[in-house]
Ligand binder design. Structure first.
Ligand SMILES: Cc1cc2nc3c(=O)[nH]c(=O)nc-3n(C[C@H](O)[C@H](O)[C@H](O)COP(=O)(O)O)c2cc1C
Length: 174
C-alpha cells in the first residue's frame, strides 16, 4: 500500500506536479525537507525530485528513509528513453522500481548564486544547440522555450503515464 507522495522542489515545479498527482491518486503529498509526518518513516512512497546535474535532488535521502516504489524526475530536458535510463544508472535503480521523467519548468529569477550562474550558461548553450536543429520534437520545442524565456511545462497530461501506473496497481497498491 502506497502511503504518500514525497517531493523536493527548489523553484516550485516539482511541488506543482506533486500536488497534481496527489489530486489524481488521492495520496497526500509532503515536502521531504520538512513536512513528512514521522509515522510515515519506512513506508512506501512515490518520490518526486528535480534534476540537477544529471541526478535527482533528494533521492538518496528519500531512499534512506522510505521504501521508494516509484520515482518521478523533473527536469528541463526533452523527455526520451535515455533520460530514464541515465537516471536509473546514476542512482542504481533496478527494474523493480518505476522511473518516470516529467518536463518541469525554469525560472532563473528564482535561482540564487552558483545555481543561477550555471543555469544562465546551460540555458544559453541549450538555446544555441536546439536552434540549430532543422526539426525539433515537441519536447525539444518546450526545452527551447524554457531555456530562452523560462516558463512551465507542468500539466496533468504529463502525469498520464504515472497515473496509469498507479491505477494499474489496482486494489493491492503494491
Ligand atoms: C543547477 C541546476 C542544474 C540542473 N540540471 C538539470 C539536469 O541535469 N537535467 C535537467 O533536465 N534539468 C536540470 N535542471 C533544471 C531543473 O531540473 C528544472 O528547472 C526543474 O523543473 C526544477 O524543479 P523545481 O522547480 O521543483 O526545483 C537544472 C537546474 C539547475 C538550477
Amino acid at each position: 500500500m502506497l502511503s504518500a507522495i514525497v517531493y523536493t522542489s527548489d523553484t516550485g515545479y516539482t511541488k506543482q506536479y506533486a500536488k497534481l498527482l496527489a489530486k489524481t491518486t488521492g495520496l497526500p503529498a509532503y515536502d521531504l525537507g520538512s513536512l513528512v509526518p514521522p509515522k510515515l518513516k519506512g513506508g512506501r512512497i512515490i518520490y518526486m525530485g528535480p534534476m540537477m546535474a544529471g541526478a535527482i535532488r533528494g533521492y538518496k535521502k528519500a531512499a534512506d528513509a522510505y521504501r521508494v516504489r516509484a520515482v518521478c524526475a523533473v527536469g528541463m530536458r526533452a523527455p526520451d528513453d535515455s533520460v530514464v535510463n541515465e537516471v536509473r544508472q546514476r542512482h542504481h535503480i533496478g527494474e523493480e522500481r518505476e522511473v518516470f521523467y516529467l518536463q518541469g519548468g525554469l525560472d532563473i529569477a528564482k535561482l540564487k548564486g552558483f545555481k543561477k550562474f550555471i543555469m544562465r550558461f546551460v540555458a544559453r548553450q541549450a538555446v544555441a544547440q536546439l536552434s540549430k536543429l532543422a526539426q525539433r520534437t515537441p519536447g525539444q520545442e518546450a526545452m527551447l522555450r524554457l531555456a530562452s524565456e523560462g516558463g512551465s511545462c507542468v500539466c496533468d497530461e504529463n502525469l498520464a503515464e504515472v497515473a496509469a501506473w498507479f491505477k494499474g496497481l489496482g486494489k493491492t497498491h503494491a
